[in-house]
Design a binder for this molecule. Structure first.
Ligand code: PLP
Length: 1020
C-alpha cells in the first residue's frame, strides 16, 4: 500500500501553526484517527470547532476539489454535512511542505459535534430510519451534482463489485465464507447484473460506515444519540449507481444486528420518504448490500496478503464474517418484499394476482377430503398460545397427549374432521420448545398453513389441477414428514404452489416430478404419528405464492415479527378450501385493540407496565408468553411463587372447585388442615389463623386485632411503607398518603424514618445505625405518652419492598419490638413479600432476626395467584378479638382457597424452592455487585435470595436518584424479554423478585442482559 508511505506526519504543534498561518485561526489541536491522511480537531477559545485535513501526498487534487464542491453543494440543501472553510486568501485548498519535502494539500471543514455511530451500542429503529432519511436527502441533493474526478475507476465502487469479488475471493482463507461469497456473486450476476442498466446514477458519498455517521439528539434517554447529525468523510466519492449509497449504509448498519432485515427496512423507509426509490432499485438493494460486504471481505483478503501482520484488518472483518452467513438465510425476493412494504408499495404484486384468481375459482375447487369441508360438521380448534388444549408444560404438548385431547374434543363434538387455524401464534410446533439457552429469543410461532385433522389413512385430494413440483420425506420431529408440493398456474400464467404435509409414507411411492394431477384427483393419505414427523394425524395444507427456492423446506411456521410478510407468501388456505367464514370464531382483539378497550373501560390509575405494553396470554414456571408466543423471563412477579400455573396448585384448586366451594360457616377439613400447616411453619405462640382474600384485607384485620387487644388506636409505621389499598391502609402507608394524590398521615399514624443504610439518616458506615434508627421509635412513644396516648402497635415489612428492596440493619427490628412491647403495643410483621423462603436463608424474613411477631400477615404468594391472605396470631390476641362481634369473610378460607394454599405450601417444600432462591440469588449478587465498581450509575446492589434491588444514582456523593435511567433499563430489559420493575421512593431501585423456580442459568441470563444494557451509551 504505497499510500501509507505518503501519510502526512505532522505533530499537534504543526497543526496549530498551520491553522494560524493559513486561516488566521488560533486553536488547540487533537489528533483524529486516520490511516492514509491526517485530521486534527481544532478548538478555538470561543468554542468553535474545525477539522484540519492534511491530505496524503498521493491524493489527487481534483478529488479533493470534488469533495469540497460536493460539500458546498450539499450545504445548500442539508444540515448534516460539514462546511468548507476558506483560507486567508479565500481558497478552499492550501499547500504545505512536510519536513521531508513532500507537498500536502490542506483543507479546513467545520467539526460536527456528536458521537460516531460506531461507538454507540444501542441503535433504535428511530435511528435507522433517521439514517435512511439522511442518506436519502443526500442522494436527492446530489442528483444535480457532477465532477470529473468522481468519474473514476475506484475499487470501492459497488458497480465494480462483481469484478472485485471474482478477482479476490480465492484469497479468502475461510472455505465456508468463500463458498458463501461465491453463492452471493452467482446470484448477483444472474439476477442483478441485467437490472443495472436501468438504475439511476449520480455522484455518491459511497462510504456511510459507522464511523462516518455522527449521532446526536438528547431529548431523553430514549432519543439520546439516536439522531443523525452528520455524515462526514467524502474521500470515497464516486459516480455510480445512486442506490449503492443506501446499500453501503445498510451494509454497515446491519452488521451484527439480530434482525438485519428489520434494520434495512427501517432505513429504506427513512430514505424513500425524501427520495423515492424506483422499483428496480428496490429489487437490487438487498443483493447490493450483500455484495458490499462480500467486496469488503475480498478487499481485506487482498490487503492482508500484502500486509499479513495487520491484525486490525482481521478484527474489523469479524462482524462481516459473522453477518454474511445470516444474510444467506434471507432470500433476496423476501427482502425485496419487505423493502417494498417499507416503501408503501404493493409488497408482493404476484400474491395479489394469485389471491384474486383463487377467489374467483373458489367455487370450482374440488374438496380436499372425502367429506366436503364447506358443509360437513367441523370443529375449529383453538391451538393459540392461550388455548386450553395446549399446556405451558412442553411435555404435555407431546404428540400422544395432544392427540388424545384433540380426538376427545372431536368425539365430543361428533365430528370426524377438525381444523387448525391459519395465521395463529402457537406454542406447539415451534422450534422453541425445550430451548432454554436463550430463554427469550424469538422463535417461529405463527402457523401459516391450515391443519385438517382427520384419522390417519384418510384420502387427500387436490382441489386444483396442477403438476407435482417437489416431494420429500421431511423426517424429524415437528417437521412435515412426507410432503408434496404441486405447481399450479393462473389464467394469466402466474405459477403458485399448494403444499400437502404430514402425509403417509406410501403417498410418495411412484411419484415423479412433473406428473400432472387433475382437480379432485387423489394425491395421498393422511399419515400416522410414526410417519408424519410425530404429530397428531392431520393434513398441513398451505398455499405458496413464491417458493423462494426452498421447495419442501418452505416454512409452515414463521416468526411473528415477519408474519405480515409471510402472509403474502402463504395466503389463507381457505381461499381454496372455502369453509364459510362464519364457522370460524371471531379473531381475538389485537394488542392495540385490547389497550384501547382497557383505556376505555378500566380506571386510568390502574397502571400498565412498560412503554410498550405486553398482552400476556400464558404463564409457565418462571416464564410468561405474550399473544405472539414470545417468551419472557419473569424476574418481577412474586405472586406465582411456586411458578406460573403450577400444575399441582391448578389441579388442587380445580379439583376442589368441581366438588365444593362454600363459606366457612360449614365445617370442612381443608381450612383446619391449612391452618395447622401454616402454624407449623411459625414459631409459638403463633397458632391461630384467620383467612381473607387479599393482603390488604389481611393488614386491615391485623389492625383490628391490634386495636382489639390493646384498646388503643395509634400505630407506628415506617417511611415509604405500603400495606394495601383500603382507606385505613392508605392511612398507614406513607408511600401512598405522602405520594401523588395523598393527603398526608392522619393523627393516629406516626412515621419513623426508614432504616435505609444506603441513603437513609444513618448509613452503612455507622455501626450504631440500628440503635439510632430504633431511637426514633423511642421518640414517637415518648411523645405519645407525653400526650397521654397509648400505642396499638407497629407494622412493618420485615424487608421493606416498596421502599426500595431494603434490608433493615441487624438488630433494628428486635430493638423496635422491645420498645413497642414495653409501650403496650403489638408488632405486626407484613411478610406479604418475603414469606415462604423468598430471601433464601429463612422461610420468613423475621426469622433472620430471631423475632416472634405478635401478628403475621401473609398474602400474594401463598395462593400462587389464587387470592388468599392469612393472618396468624397468638391465642391470647385472638381471644381479645373475639369480643362478641362476628368475624366473617365471604370467601376467606373457602375450600378452594385452602386447597390451593395447601398445594403451594407442599410445592415450596417438596421442590426445595427456598434453597433454589438462595442459589439463584447468590449467582445474581455475584454477577451484579461488581457493577458497583464498573458503572458509576450503580450505587448499590442488595438483597438476599430472590429479593434483590439495584439502586441507581446519578451522583455517588449526592445520591441523586437515577429514576429515568432505572425506568429506561427496565424497558430495555423488557425488550430483551426479561421482566423487571422499579421501586423505592424515587423509583430508582430496580426490583428483582421472580417466581421461585427462577434458576441459576436464568440468573446468569438476567445479569448478562443487564450488563449489556448498562454498557449502552445512554448514560454518556
Ligand atoms: C407489603 C405489602 N403488603 C400488602 C400489600 C397489599 O396486597 P394486596 O394488593 O393483595 O391487597 C402489598 C401489595 O403490593 C404489599 O406489597
Amino acid at each position: 500500500m504505497s499510500f501509507l508511505k505518503h501519510t502526512p506526519q505532522f505533530a499537534k504543534q504543526d497543526a496549530i501553526a498551520i491553522l494560524n498561518d493559513l486561516y488566521d485561526i488560533q486553536a488547540t489541536a487533537d489528533a483524529l484517527p486516520s490511516e492514509r491522511d491526517q485530521n486534527f480537531r481544532m478548538s478555538t477559545p470561543s468554542k468553535e470547532c474545525f477539522v484540519l485535513k492534511i491530505a496524503n501526498a498521493l491524493d489527487d487534487p481534483a478529488l479533493l476539489d470534488c469533495q469540497n464542491q460536493a460539500m458546498l453543494h450539499l450545504n445548500r440543501q442539508v444540515t448534516f454535512c460539514p462546511k468548507v472553510v476558506t483560507n486567508r486568501n479565500g481558497e478552499f485548498i492550501s499547500e504545505i511542505q512536510s519536513p521531508t519535502g513532500a507537498t500536502h494539500k490542506v483543507r479546513l471543514v467545520t467539526y460536527l459535534p456528536g458521537v460516531p455511530m460506531g461507538s454507540v451500542q444501542r441503535r433504535s429503529s428511530g435511528l435507522f430510519e433517521d439514517l435512511g432519511r439522511c442518506v436519502g436527502e443526500m442522494d436527492r441533493a446530489m442528483t444535480d451534482f457532477d465532477h470529473p474526478a468522481a468519474r473514476r475507476d475506484f475499487y470501492w465502487d459497488l458497480a465494480k463489485g462483481l469484478q472485485i469479488v471474482k478477482e479476490y475471493h480465492p484469497l479468502i482463507p475461510n472455505a465456508h465464507l468463500r463458498e458463501l461469497i461465491e453463492k452471493f456473486a452467482g446470484y448477483f450476476e444472474q439476477s442483478v447484473t441485467p437490472l443495472l442498466p436501468d438504475l439511476r446514477k449520480s455522484v455518491i458519498h459511497n462510504d456511510a460506515n459507522d464511523y462516518n455517521v455522527i449521532l446526536g439528539g438528547n431529548g431523553d434517554l430514549y432519543t439520546r444519540n439516536q439522531r443523525v447529525v452528520g455524515i462526514i468523510d467524502f474521500g470515497d466519492m464516486v459516480f455510480s449507481h445512486t442506490v449503492g449509497n443506501l446499500a453501503i449504509a445498510i451494509a454497515y448498519a446491519i452488521l451484527d444486528q439480530s434482525d438485519p432485515l428489520r434494520v434495512a427496512a427501517h432505513m429504506i423507509k427513512g430514505y424513500h420518504r425524501p427520495f423515492a426509490l424506483t422499483q428496480a432499485e428496490i429489487a437490487v438493494l438487498y443483493p447490493m448490500v450483500c455484495m458490499r460486504l462480500c467486496m469488503s471481505a475480498c478487499i481485506a483478503a487482498h490487503q492482508l496478503k500484502e500486509r499479513p501482520d495487520n491484525e486490525y484488518l482481521m478484527i474489523s472483518q469479524m462482524p462481516i464474517q459473522r453477518t454474511l452467513p445470516r444474510l444467506t438465510e434471507i432470500h433476496p425476493r423476501f427482502a425485496e418484499t419487505a423493502f417494498r412494504q417499507a416503501c408503501d408499495l404493493s409488497p408482493l404484486p404476484r400474491a395479489q394476482t394469485i389471491c384474486k384468481w383463487l377467489d374467483r375459482n373458489r367455487i370450482t375447487a374440488a374438496p380436499l377430503l372425502d367429506i366436503d369441508l364447506c358443509t360437513a360438521p367441523l370443529k375449529i380448534f383453538d391451538l393459540s398460545v392461550a388455548s386450553s388444549l395446549v399446556s405451558g408444560n412442553p411435555e404435555k404438548n407431546k404428540e400422544s397427549h395432544l392427540t388424545k385431547k384433540l380426538w376427545e374434543k372431536m368425539q365430543a363434538a361428533g365430528v370426524s374432521v377438525a381444523i387448525g387455524r391459519y395465521n395463529e401464534a402457537r406454542l406447539i410446533q415451534t422450534r422453541f420448545i425445550g430451548n432454554i439457552d436463550s430463554p427469550t429469543a424469538e422463535h417461529r410461532t405463527v402457523h401459516i398453513g391450515m391443519d385438517v385433522f382427520a384419522q390417519p389413512g384418510a384420502t387427500v385430494y387436490t382441489p386444483l389441477a396442477g403438476k407435482v413440483y417437489a416431494f420429500s420425506n421431511n423426517e424429524g420431529s415437528q417437521n412435515y414428514g412426507p410432503v408434496i408440493i404441486l405447481q399450479h398456474t393462473t389464467d394469466s400464467g402466474d405459477s403458485f404452489y399448494t403444499l400437502y404435509g404430514n402425509l403417509s409414507l406410501d403417498t410418495l411411492e411412484g411419484l415423479t416430478a412433473g406428473k400432472s394431477i387433475a382437480a379432485g384427483q387423489q394425491i395421498g393419505r393422511i399419515g400416522s404419528a410414526d410417519e408424519n414427523g410425530n404429530r397428531t394425524p392431520h393434513l398441513h395444507f398451505q398455499i405458496i405464492t413464491d417458493l423462494l427456492d426452498k421447495d419442501c423446506d418452505f416454512p409452515g411456521v414463521v416468526r411473528a415479527s415477519e408474519q405480515h410478510l409471510w402472509k403474502l407468501f402463504s395466503p389463507d388456505p381457505n381461499l381454496v378450501i372455502g369453509i364459510p367464514q362464519d364457522r370460524f370464531p371471531a379473531p381475538d382483539p389485537s394488542t392495540s385493540d385490547t389497550l384501547a378497550a382497557r383505556r376505555k373501560y378500566i380506571g386510568r390509575n390502574l397502571s400498565i407496565g412498560y412503554r410498550n405494553p405486553i398482552k400476556m396470554m400464558r404463564g409457565w414456571r418462571q416464564y410468561l408468553f405474550d399473544d405472539t408466543g414470545r417468551r419472557y423471563l419473569d424476574a418481577y412477579n412474586n405472586v406465582p411463587h411456586v411458578g406460573h400455573c403450577h400444575p399441582k396448585v391448578v389441579a388442587a384448586a380445580s379439583r376442589q372447585m368441581s366438588v365444593l366451594n362454600t363459606n366457612t360457616r360449614y365445617l370442612h377439613d381443608f381450612i383446619n388442615r391449612y391452618a395447622k400447616r401454616l402454624c407449623d411453619t411459625l414459631p409459638a405462640p403463633l397458632s391461630v389463623c384467620f383467612f381473607v382474600n387479599s393482603a390488604s384485607e389481611g393488614n386491615e384485620l391485623a389492625l383490628r386485632l391490634a386495636r382489639a387487644y390493646t384498646g388503643q388506636r395509634d400505630m407506628i409505621v415506617l417511611e415509604v411503607a405500603y400495606h394495601g389499598h383500603t382507606t385505613s391502609l392508605i392511612d398507614i402507608s406513607p408511600y401512598k398518603h405522602n405520594g401523588p394524590g395523598g393527603k398526608g398521615a392522619p393523627s393516629w399514624v406516626h412515621t419513623a424514618p426508614i432504616p435505609d443504610l444506603y441513603r437513609g439518616l444513618y448509613r452503612s458506615d455507622d455501626l450504631q445505625a440500628a440503635l439510632k434508627y430504633a431511637g426514633h421509635i423511642d421518640d414517637i412513644i415518648r411523645e405519645l405518652q407525653d400526650n397521654g396516648m397509648g400505642l396499638a402497635g407497629f407494622i412493618a415489612e420485615t424487608c421493606p419492598s416498596v421502599a426500595g428492596q431494603i434490608f433493615l440493619p441487624k438488630g433494628y427490628l428486635s430493638a423496635v419490638y422491645r420498645r413497642v412491647h414495653k409501650a403496650g403495643g403489638l408488632c405486626i410483621a407484613d411478610e406479604v413479600q418475603t414469606g415462604y423462603g423468598r430471601i433464601g436463608t429463612h422461610f420468613y424474613a423475621f426469622e433472620a432476626e430471631n423475632l416472634v411477631p405478635d401478628i403475621v400477615v401473609l398474602g400474594k404468594p401463598i395462593g400462587n395467584g389464587h387470592p388468599i391472605s392469612a393472618v396468624i396470631t397468638s391465642p391470647e390476641i385472638a381471644e381479645a378479638f373475639d369480643n362478641g362481634m362476628e368475624f366473617f369473610s365471604t370467601f376467606g378460607g373457602n375450600a378452594v382457597s385452602c386447597a390451593a394454599g395447601l398445594a403451594v405450601l407442599d410445592a415450596v417444600i417438596e421442590e426445595n424452592l427456598q434453597s433454589n432462591a438462595l442459589k439463584a440469588g447468590k449467582r445474581m449478587l455475584a454477577g451484579m455487585i461488581p457493577f458497583i465498581d464498573r458503572f458509576p450509575i450503580v450505587g448499590d446492589v442488595r438483597g438476599s435470595g430472590l429479593f434483590l434491588g439495584v439502586e441507581l444514582v446519578r451522583d455517588r456523593e449526592t445520591l441523586e436518584p437515577a429514576r429515568e435511567e432505572a425506568d429506561f433499563i427496565v424497558n430495555r430489559m423488557r425488550d430483551a424479554g426479561v421482566l423487571l420493575g422499579t421501586d423505592g421512593p424515587f423509583e430508582n431501585v430496580i426490583k428483582i423478585r421472580p417466581p421461585m423456580p427462577f434458576n441459576e442459568s436464568n440468573a446468569e441470563f438476567l445479569v448478562a442482559n443487564m450488563e449489556r444494557i448498562l454498557t449502552e451509551d445512554f448514560l454518556v
